[in-house]
Design a protein around this ligand. Structure first.
Ligand code: PEP
Ligand code: MN
Length: 375
């Protein structure tokens, strides 16, 4: 059981690595909390933020962007190598290891020269196989944990590809970071979580630690708690979250950063759940409910089977009378009815629409097969 608090101070004190081997073990900590500013701005800002984060007793690893990939030129592009000694100093003062983003072989080399403990591959880099390969080649023979963020676009193969490139380079310890995906017209999030994609990635690589980055998903402060809780409820292993001593005046991502004090509160308010249930009784109850779910799923499949059979009969009728398969008006009526009834049953309009769209597509396929059958 992970316990329902996030009081990891003592545990992390044991784990804090001074040697490389122990850094590699660091990614096994549950929950793993990584925090720090979006960007290193000044020595004072890095050190003060680090000291305050250390004081929360809840942070395992510091983070700061040194080279910032910006969508548009002219924005703050990071302090570059000059910021690395500030992180080294923060590490010395807090005994916390630190992580930075690297996008090129040269950046990795600089980071390693300055005793960086963990590196991460950012979302824009993951989206570019040339860059990932360059970093992967430079990682060959280097014993450092690597976090791989999801690519900016919702493409699991790109994410998987980046992971494969890094693993092929012989990197021993890798974790995946879910930071959301850019999507056109989604006003709620800076980067839509698209949980189903992350869950699929988690299913593909169950042995890898899975970390939520609520900061870049939300792009604001008020949703951080909810998104972090959602991820913990989905059995994520850790959190990478931006924190700054003076968020309003941050040089990058000001809207989404929170003070170390606010971070402490956020982590205290999270209900830490676990996928592994130890109590026999709890387990039995859960098994009972799961069997019910399995039965209901079988019934749903049976109902869908019947529905398709009826669709095929309609297909035959349409074929005999030369009627088109798709009849928009009829479909609109169905959708309006199921949305109305779905709402009464406590199902969201979004879910009902997606579900019935999928049923409709399958139904059309069945009708099409009947109508175009030869003989
Ligand atoms: C960051 O972590 O500061 C960052 C740039 O993130 P991402 O690559 O997810 O945009
Ligand atoms: Mn950022």
């Amino acid at each position: 059981m992970r316990g329902n608090t996030c009081n990891n101070q003592n545990k992390s004190m044991e784990i804090f690595p001074t040697d490389k081997q122990r850094t590699v073990e660091l990614l096994n900590k549950r929950p793993l909390i990584i925090s720090g500013p979006c960007s290193a701005e000044t020595e004072e800002q890095v050190i003060q933020t680090a000291l305050q984060l250390k004081q929360t007793g809840k942070v395992d690893v510091l983070r700061a962007g040194i080279w910032k990939p910006r969508t548009r030129p002219g924005n703050f592009e990071g302090v570059g190598t000059a910021g690395l000694p500030w992180l080294q100093k923060a590490k010395e003062l807090t005994e916390l290891p630190f992580a930075v983003e690297v996008a090129t072989a040269r950046q990795l080399e600089e980071a390693l020269k300055h005793e960086t403990d963990i590196v991460w591959i950012g979302a824009r880099t993951t989206a570019n196989p040339f860059s990932v390969q360059e970093v992967a080649d430079a990682l060959r023979g280097v014993d450092i944990p690597v976090l791989i963020k999801n690519p900016v676009n919702p493409d699991m193969e790109l994410w998987t590809g980046a992971l494969e490139r890094v693993l092929k380079a012989g990197v021993q310890k890798v974790a995946l970071v879910h930071r959301g995906f850019s999507s056109y017209g989604d006003a709620d999030f800076r980067n839509a979580p698209m949980w189903q994609l992350a869950i699929e990635m988690k299913r593909r690589f169950p042995e890898l630690p899975f970390i939520i980055d609520p900061s870049h998903i939300c792009g604001n402060r008020h949703m951080l708690q909810e998104i972090t809780q959602n991820a913990i409820d989905l059995d994520y292993d850790g959190v990478i979250i931006e924190s700054h001593i003076d968020p309003d005046n941050a040089w990058s991502d000001a809207a989404q950063q929170i003070t170390p004090a606010r971070l402490k509160q956020l982590l205290e308010d999270i209900v830490w759940r676990t996928e592994h249930i130890t109590s026999e009784e709890l387990h039995e109850q859960l098994e009972k409910l799961r069997r019910q779910i399995d039965r209901l799923d079988d019934e749903i499949l049976q109902l869908l089977h019947h529905r398709m059979k009826i669709s095929e009969q309609i297909g035959l009728y349409k074929k005999e009378h030369d009627i088109t398969i798709l009849q928009t008006e009829r479909w609109n009526q169905i959708l309006a009815r199921v949305c109305r009834n779905g709402e009464k049953a406590g199902l969201s309009k979004e879910f009902i629409t997606q579900y019935f769209d999928a049923i409709h597509m399958e139904s059309i396929k069945h009708q099409d097969a009947v109508m175009n059958e030869h003989g």
